[in-house]
Design a protein around this ligand. Sequence first.
Ligand code: AMP
Ligand code: MG
Length: 354
Amino acid sequence: MRRLIGGALIVLMIVVIVLRERDTGPERVDREFYVLGTLVTVTINSEDLDTQAAETAAAAVESSLRVFQRKWQPTGDGALGQLNATLADNPAAEVPAELQDLLLRAKAIADDSGNTFDPGLARLVRVWGFDDPEHFRETPPAKADLDAALAVPHRLAEAQFDGQTLVVGRPGLALDLGAIAKGAAVDHAMDTLRDAGVTAAMVNAGGDLQAMGQAPNRPWRIAVRHPRPLDDDRRLLAGITLADGEAVFSSGDYERYFEYEGRRYHHLLDPTTGQPAQGTQSATVIHTDAALADAAATALFVGGPDRFAELAEALGVTQAMIVDSQGRVLATPEFAARVDWLADVSFAPQSPAQ
Ligand code: AMP
Ligand code: MG
């Protein structure tokens, strides 16, 4: 009889320990999925949320990002694909309600960035073949193909919103939200998690990420990769400890590129020339607005060293850096003051911080 009671007590104790862990955590839920052309990881560390609720919240993020993927696809039958199909033959088009906020936002940032960020360049991206990672080109496109894409409207800055209507003036504009979509998606993911009661989480979309609350017992800490790693032991450029709500987004010429006759042709295009932007290897922005961080990283990359300080200010970005084509860093004073350099860094003469 005693033995029986002893056995029952042990079973009871195990159940209590498991239950208590479920009730009070610390919990850690990780969910990984491919969406928007990248691997997204949602990590939830809320101590006062049970595992089931955290898993449900992470699943809700995945399904909403899958909806965005279809909506933001430049071709096909999603909302943006349909808008682009209309704009191909028309000088104006009604913007679907589900795209309005993001397009207005993109247009405002395009204007602030002096068109260094401009989502109107979908045709140029297609001519270069950077729209389809499975079919990369091995040579630059023919001049005639580039000229044809440049001969039609290829900047959202050329267009105006008239209520719900996007007025371009000539047919041919095609939009590509690739430089802001990940940021908008991460912002949305954070809202979804917060609404579900999550207080500590990290959403990482292929190295671009946003933090909520803290990692267990310490702040979230991340590292920015080196655009030209010297070897496997020196892959990192800077370490950053993140405050609640901060996002870190980077654009780099190492993400999508091919090499031809000794030159690197990458996916970050200068909307005015239609060519891969020169002068920068990578750009990184820290901001609590992930969509702005994303678009601004692209803008600062394309703007290059000479426009770094001016563009950061125009975009309302106080924490940013770029690495120029010679591997030198330009950083805002606020960025330089908070990061830990994990590689030997020399500053370019135009850098606001030295
Ligand atoms: P990101 O990695 O956020 O810099 O976004 C790069 C993607 O945005 C590219 O793959 C293109 O689809 C698109 N893109 C390239 N250049 C630009 C640009 N200057 N402005 C806006 N979008 C761009
Ligand atoms: Mg971007």
